[in-house]
Ligand binder design. Structure first.
Ligand code: FAQ
Length: 343
């Protein structure tokens, strides 16, 4: 049986070979076997290791979509920063929105380790060639939506992303550890916000209920299409990029939310939601997949607004990127100078 050290040797050899001569057919087959064995043994694949082109492309696709979701996801909540009802709520919301920018940064950096730069990925987002999560094409109509996003959207994100901490690709898995810690704080602030509204005046309770009514079904859609329509799940699970199927994670999320909704004294808007003794899980009603695919095509209530705002922010930030590049160039030139003097 091949040991971890053997896999590593083959993968390192593959890396050396990539640096120099073209790998032959026999070499490629050996690298593939070493890669498969490493994944089977739950070893992490690192940027300098040999990996199949399709594995690399799948990771870039998923990580890019994830990164885009984080930065587009800043918009619906940022919509309420100026109207937060207290200084405490404003400070919390600003910190949360800044965290999302940070998550985007970790994820674009993880994609860069696969050889795809941030500029290229942003260009694909801005020109509609890459997606962001369907959930961020819905509007935030009231202050309670900030609570519903924290409780449901961050809750769904954690359910989906905790298993990604064990993703086979090292840089993505490590980025997810930090992201999940922060998402956990985000989820709690949303829950606490909704609890305050739910225990407030009848009008506040109604506002919280209305937000949950609007965000529940789109949150379930976040997990992606049903397993039998999920184009990438089987291969991504074989590569241990994904550890669970879309439907498994969606079910886990429903089971987590039901008792939390009871504690919040809010109702989940699904007449078919009930405990199934036999399955030991909740049954829930049908999801409107037509709506999901329509949002993915760009026809959600806010798709256009989100991308227009993103492009504007990118254009307005051009001077920051130019200044940072000029500073880095100057710094590296003066750093090299210092190196010469010291030598
Ligand atoms: N929205 O074959 P599958 C957050 C696409 S972060 C849009 O099942 P896969 C934090 C999919 O790309 C939220 N598109 O795909 C936050 C594929 O299209 P393609 C984002 C979707 O990749 C909170 C096609 O459908 N999280 O919320 C969606 O195996 C609050 C077929 O689907 C992540 O990205 C969707 N919901 O599984 C920020 C987590 N679902 O590429 C701010 C990482 C599917 O062939 C505020 N990603 N599609 O054209 C994943 O875990 C996976 O990519 C899935 C989809 C599970 C999302």
């Amino acid at each position: 049986m091949a040991t971890a050290a053997t896999h590593q040797t083959a993968r390192t050899l593959a890396h050396d070979s990539q640096d120099g001569t073209q790998a032959g057919v026999d070499d490629t087959a050996a690298y593939e076997r070493a890669f498969d064995a490493a994944v089977a043994a739950d070893e992490r694949v690192e940027p300098r290791d040999w990996m199949p082109d399709a594995y690399r492309a799948t990771l870039v696709r998923q990580i890019a979509q994830h990164a885009h979701s984080e930065i587009i996801g800043m918009q619906p909540e940022a919509n309420w920063i100026t109207r937060a009802p207290s200084l405490r709520r404003k400070a919390i919301l600003m910190a949360k929105v800044q965290d999302e920018a940070g998550h985007g940064l970790y994820l674009y950096s993880a994609a860069e380790t696969l050889g795809t730069g941030r500029e290229e990925l942003l260009d694909k987002l801005h020109t509609g060639r890459q997606k962001y999560s369907s959930i961020f094409s819905y509007p935030t109509l009231t202050w309670a939506d900030v609570g519903a996003i924290g409780w449901l959207v961050d809750g769904a994100a954690i359910t989906n992303q905790v298993p990604l901490c064990r993703c086979s690709y090292g840089p993505y898995a490590r980025a997810m550890v930090r992201i999940c810690k922060e998402e956990s704080f985000h989820q709690r602030q949303g829950y606490e916000l909704l609890l305050a509204l739910s225990r407030g005046t009848p009008a506040q309770h109604a506002m919280a209920q209305d937000a949950v009514d609007r965000w529940w079904w789109p949150s379930l859609m976040m997990f992606g299409p049903p397993d039998d329509e999920s184009a990438h799940s089987a291969q991504s699970m074989a590569w241990k990029i994904k550890r669970h199927s879309n439907d498994e994670l969606r079910q886990r999320f429903v089971d987590i939310c039901v008792p939390q909704a009871e504690s919040l004294d809010l109702t989940l808007p699904d007449p078919d939601l009930r405990w199934n003794e036999e399955r030991g899980q909740h049954d829930f009603g049908p999801i409107d997949w037509t709506e999901f695919w329509d949002v993915l095509k760009g026809n959600g209530p806010c798709n256009e607004q989100r991308i227009t705002q993103r492009r504007r922010a990118h254009d307005e930030g051009a001077w920051v990127r130019e200044a940072a590049s000029a500073y880095a160039a100057k710094h590296s030139a003066s750093g090299a100078g210092r190196g010469v003097e010291q030598a």
